[in-house]
Design a protein around this ligand. Structure first.
Ligand code: DX5
Ligand code: ZN
Length: 217
Protein backbone atom coordinates (compact mmCIF):
# COMPACT_ATOMS: atom_id res chain seq x y z
CA UNK A 1 0.00 0.00 0.00
CA UNK A 2 1.25 3.48 -0.81
CA UNK A 3 1.79 5.77 2.15
CA UNK A 4 -1.14 8.03 2.95
CA UNK A 5 -0.11 11.68 3.22
CA UNK A 6 -2.12 14.03 5.44
CA UNK A 7 -0.95 17.67 5.46
CA UNK A 8 -1.80 19.38 8.75
CA UNK A 9 -3.75 22.59 8.31
CA UNK A 10 -2.43 23.85 11.64
CA UNK A 11 0.52 25.16 9.64
CA UNK A 12 -1.64 26.71 6.89
CA UNK A 13 -2.15 30.44 6.43
CA UNK A 14 -5.50 30.99 8.21
CA UNK A 15 -6.02 34.20 6.25
CA UNK A 16 -5.92 32.15 3.08
CA UNK A 17 -7.53 28.89 4.15
CA UNK A 18 -9.47 28.47 0.93
CA UNK A 19 -6.25 28.81 -1.10
CA UNK A 20 -4.44 26.30 1.10
CA UNK A 21 -7.35 23.82 0.92
CA UNK A 22 -7.28 24.10 -2.87
CA UNK A 23 -3.53 23.44 -2.84
CA UNK A 24 -4.15 20.19 -0.96
CA UNK A 25 -7.03 19.29 -3.30
CA UNK A 26 -4.72 19.61 -6.30
CA UNK A 27 -1.80 17.80 -4.65
CA UNK A 28 -1.04 14.10 -4.26
CA UNK A 29 -2.05 14.26 -0.60
CA UNK A 30 -4.75 11.84 0.52
CA UNK A 31 -6.35 13.42 3.57
CA UNK A 32 -6.68 16.76 5.36
CA UNK A 33 -5.32 16.54 8.92
CA UNK A 34 -7.24 18.85 11.25
CA UNK A 35 -5.95 19.60 14.76
CA UNK A 36 -8.56 20.67 17.29
CA UNK A 37 -7.09 21.88 20.62
CA UNK A 38 -9.00 23.02 23.67
CA UNK A 39 -6.37 24.75 25.83
CA UNK A 40 -7.01 22.16 28.56
CA UNK A 41 -5.74 18.82 27.28
CA UNK A 42 -2.93 20.71 25.53
CA UNK A 43 -1.50 24.15 26.35
CA UNK A 44 -2.77 25.73 23.15
CA UNK A 45 -6.08 26.57 21.43
CA UNK A 46 -6.31 26.04 17.68
CA UNK A 47 -9.81 26.34 16.21
CA UNK A 48 -13.24 24.82 16.52
CA UNK A 49 -16.44 24.07 14.64
CA UNK A 50 -16.88 27.24 12.51
CA UNK A 51 -13.38 26.94 11.04
CA UNK A 52 -13.81 23.22 10.46
CA UNK A 53 -17.10 23.98 8.68
CA UNK A 54 -15.28 26.34 6.29
CA UNK A 55 -12.52 23.79 5.67
CA UNK A 56 -15.13 21.10 4.97
CA UNK A 57 -16.74 23.33 2.34
CA UNK A 58 -13.50 23.55 0.36
CA UNK A 59 -11.88 20.16 1.06
CA UNK A 60 -12.38 17.48 -1.57
CA UNK A 61 -10.54 14.77 0.37
CA UNK A 62 -11.34 12.96 3.64
CA UNK A 63 -11.07 14.98 6.86
CA UNK A 64 -8.80 13.31 9.41
CA UNK A 65 -9.77 15.07 12.63
CA UNK A 66 -7.37 14.87 15.59
CA UNK A 67 -9.05 15.92 18.83
CA UNK A 68 -6.66 17.20 21.49
CA UNK A 69 -9.50 17.90 23.90
CA UNK A 70 -10.76 16.54 27.20
CA UNK A 71 -13.96 14.48 27.22
CA UNK A 72 -13.97 14.08 23.43
CA UNK A 73 -17.09 11.88 23.60
CA UNK A 74 -19.19 15.05 24.08
CA UNK A 75 -18.56 16.18 20.51
CA UNK A 76 -18.72 12.98 18.42
CA UNK A 77 -22.04 13.90 16.85
CA UNK A 78 -20.92 17.45 16.01
CA UNK A 79 -17.78 16.25 14.25
CA UNK A 80 -19.76 13.66 12.31
CA UNK A 81 -22.23 16.36 11.20
CA UNK A 82 -19.33 18.51 9.99
CA UNK A 83 -18.20 15.75 7.64
CA UNK A 84 -15.27 14.15 9.49
CA UNK A 85 -14.20 10.82 7.99
CA UNK A 86 -11.76 9.81 10.70
CA UNK A 87 -12.17 10.96 14.29
CA UNK A 88 -9.19 10.45 16.57
CA UNK A 89 -9.35 10.86 20.34
CA UNK A 90 -6.45 10.76 22.78
CA UNK A 91 -5.97 7.67 24.93
CA UNK A 92 -4.95 9.99 27.78
CA UNK A 93 -8.22 11.96 27.50
CA UNK A 94 -10.64 9.04 27.32
CA UNK A 95 -11.74 7.24 30.47
CA UNK A 96 -14.08 4.90 28.57
CA UNK A 97 -12.11 4.52 25.38
CA UNK A 98 -13.86 1.38 24.14
CA UNK A 99 -17.27 3.01 24.46
CA UNK A 100 -16.02 6.17 22.72
CA UNK A 101 -14.68 4.14 19.79
CA UNK A 102 -18.03 2.38 19.43
CA UNK A 103 -19.86 5.72 19.42
CA UNK A 104 -17.56 7.09 16.71
CA UNK A 105 -18.21 4.07 14.50
CA UNK A 106 -21.95 4.29 15.09
CA UNK A 107 -21.74 7.70 13.42
CA UNK A 108 -20.11 6.12 10.34
CA UNK A 109 -16.65 7.53 10.96
CA UNK A 110 -13.38 5.64 11.28
CA UNK A 111 -12.22 5.54 14.90
CA UNK A 112 -8.69 6.62 15.80
CA UNK A 113 -6.70 6.65 19.04
CA UNK A 114 -3.75 9.01 19.55
CA UNK A 115 -0.92 8.27 21.98
CA UNK A 116 1.32 10.87 23.57
CA UNK A 117 5.07 10.17 23.29
CA UNK A 118 5.18 8.70 26.82
CA UNK A 119 2.22 6.33 26.39
CA UNK A 120 3.11 2.70 25.63
CA UNK A 121 1.62 1.11 22.52
CA UNK A 122 1.09 -2.14 24.47
CA UNK A 123 -1.86 -0.49 26.24
CA UNK A 124 -3.85 -0.77 23.02
CA UNK A 125 -3.34 -4.50 22.57
CA UNK A 126 -6.64 -5.56 24.22
CA UNK A 127 -8.72 -3.38 21.88
CA UNK A 128 -6.57 -3.20 18.75
CA UNK A 129 -9.26 -4.88 16.63
CA UNK A 130 -11.64 -2.03 17.48
CA UNK A 131 -9.26 0.69 16.28
CA UNK A 132 -9.13 1.83 12.64
CA UNK A 133 -6.13 4.10 13.15
CA UNK A 134 -3.49 4.68 15.83
CA UNK A 135 -1.91 8.13 15.75
CA UNK A 136 1.54 7.99 17.33
CA UNK A 137 2.52 11.45 18.48
CA UNK A 138 6.16 12.02 17.58
CA UNK A 139 6.17 15.39 19.38
CA UNK A 140 4.31 16.49 22.50
CA UNK A 141 0.89 17.55 21.21
CA UNK A 142 -0.12 21.19 21.16
CA UNK A 143 2.14 22.90 18.66
CA UNK A 144 3.41 22.55 15.13
CA UNK A 145 7.04 22.96 14.16
CA UNK A 146 8.63 20.86 16.93
CA UNK A 147 11.47 18.37 16.51
CA UNK A 148 10.72 14.70 15.86
CA UNK A 149 11.24 12.39 18.88
CA UNK A 150 13.55 9.57 17.76
CA UNK A 151 12.11 6.89 20.05
CA UNK A 152 9.03 6.90 17.81
CA UNK A 153 10.66 4.45 15.38
CA UNK A 154 10.70 1.71 18.00
CA UNK A 155 7.08 2.41 18.91
CA UNK A 156 6.05 2.04 15.26
CA UNK A 157 7.75 -1.36 15.04
CA UNK A 158 6.19 -2.54 18.30
CA UNK A 159 2.73 -1.40 17.28
CA UNK A 160 3.10 -2.94 13.84
CA UNK A 161 3.81 -6.30 15.51
CA UNK A 162 0.78 -6.00 17.78
CA UNK A 163 -1.43 -5.26 14.76
CA UNK A 164 -0.02 -8.18 12.75
CA UNK A 165 -0.33 -10.60 15.66
CA UNK A 166 -3.99 -9.67 16.10
CA UNK A 167 -4.72 -9.88 12.36
CA UNK A 168 -6.08 -6.34 12.57
CA UNK A 169 -6.19 -3.81 9.74
CA UNK A 170 -5.37 -0.79 11.93
CA UNK A 171 -3.42 1.99 10.20
CA UNK A 172 -0.39 3.54 11.91
CA UNK A 173 -0.22 7.33 11.60
CA UNK A 174 2.76 9.45 12.64
CA UNK A 175 2.12 13.01 13.74
CA UNK A 176 4.75 15.62 14.57
CA UNK A 177 8.05 16.70 13.07
CA UNK A 178 7.66 14.56 9.95
CA UNK A 179 9.93 15.62 7.07
CA UNK A 180 11.64 14.09 4.04
CA UNK A 181 14.50 13.22 6.44
CA UNK A 182 12.58 10.76 8.64
CA UNK A 183 9.75 9.64 6.33
CA UNK A 184 11.62 6.72 4.77
CA UNK A 185 12.62 5.18 8.08
CA UNK A 186 9.09 5.61 9.43
CA UNK A 187 7.66 3.79 6.42
CA UNK A 188 10.24 1.02 6.79
CA UNK A 189 9.23 0.59 10.44
CA UNK A 190 5.57 0.20 9.41
CA UNK A 191 3.97 3.65 9.21
CA UNK A 192 0.94 3.87 6.89
CA UNK A 193 0.02 7.54 7.28
CA UNK A 194 2.33 10.55 7.57
CA UNK A 195 1.03 13.86 8.90
CA UNK A 196 3.15 16.86 7.95
CA UNK A 197 2.43 20.47 8.87
CA UNK A 198 5.36 22.86 8.90
CA UNK A 199 7.43 20.72 6.53
CA UNK A 200 4.76 21.09 3.82
CA UNK A 201 3.63 24.65 4.44
CA UNK A 202 7.09 26.14 4.91
CA UNK A 203 8.36 24.54 1.70
CA UNK A 204 8.87 26.81 -1.27
CA UNK A 205 7.10 24.26 -3.43
CA UNK A 206 4.35 22.74 -1.31
CA UNK A 207 3.09 20.41 -4.06
CA UNK A 208 6.57 18.97 -4.49
CA UNK A 209 7.03 18.57 -0.75
CA UNK A 210 3.82 16.52 -0.65
CA UNK A 211 4.66 14.40 -3.69
CA UNK A 212 8.17 13.83 -2.30
CA UNK A 213 6.64 12.27 0.81
CA UNK A 214 4.11 10.35 -1.26
CA UNK A 215 6.73 8.80 -3.53
CA UNK A 216 9.12 7.97 -0.67
CA UNK A 217 9.92 4.25 -0.61
C1 DX5 B 1 0.62 18.73 17.04
C2 DX5 B 1 -0.36 18.37 15.97
C3 DX5 B 1 0.24 18.11 14.65
C4 DX5 B 1 0.98 19.28 14.05
C5 DX5 B 1 2.12 18.71 13.28
O1 DX5 B 1 -0.03 18.73 18.26
O2 DX5 B 1 -1.10 17.21 16.31
O3 DX5 B 1 -0.69 17.59 13.71
O4 DX5 B 1 0.18 20.07 13.21
O5 DX5 B 1 2.89 19.77 12.87
P1 DX5 B 1 4.38 19.59 12.37
O6 DX5 B 1 4.34 18.70 11.18
O7 DX5 B 1 4.78 20.99 12.09
O8 DX5 B 1 5.15 18.98 13.52
ZN1 ZN C 1 -2.38 16.23 14.70
Amino acid sequence: MKTIIAPSLLAADFGNLERDCKMINSSSADWFHIDVMDGVFVPNISFGMPVLKSIAEHAKKPLDVHLMIVNPERYIESFAALGSSILTVHYEASTHLHRTLQSIKTKDMKAGVALNPHTAVDLLEPIINEIDLVCLMSVNPGFGGQSFIESTYEKVERLSNIIKKAGASTLIEIDGGVTNKNARQLIECGADVLVAGSYVFSSENQLEAISGLKEMK
